[in-house]
Design a protein around this ligand. Sequence first.
Ligand SMILES: [Zn+2]
Length: 147
Amino acid sequence: MNLTKTEIEQKLEQLAFDRTTPFCYSCYKDAPTGTCKACMSDDLMRCLPVVGVEYGTNWVIKHILQEELTPVNLDEAFEESVRGCYEEQTTAGWMTLDTVSIMKEMDSVSWGCAQSEWESQEAEEGTIISFDAGATYYYASDIETLL
Ligand SMILES: [Zn+2]
């Protein structure tokens, strides 16, 4: 699969619907048909068994991702990508040093800027996806295994 972010969002929403049941909070009952049989309300929450009851599906999606996937370790992933682009070791005078370690130590600001740029680029390309404005990222390929 190679889905766009919008397609992934739609499928996650579908997944959230599939895993939950409509729930009438006033009557405190399931309303599987989408209308509460007791009060006829269709203003229903979603119930995720054992987890909780709340309006909307965002919280359900968040829960599923948290439980079933591991967020991207951005520091590690960025470091890995840099290591793939440069010589592993750098010679300075008589010393042979680990390239990434000296880069980070010598100019942590430049390293940080490059990492944020890399993150935005990965997100733009759809390799990594965030549903909380960049606080947590998941690999699109991991999410697709759920769908
Ligand atoms: Zn009701």
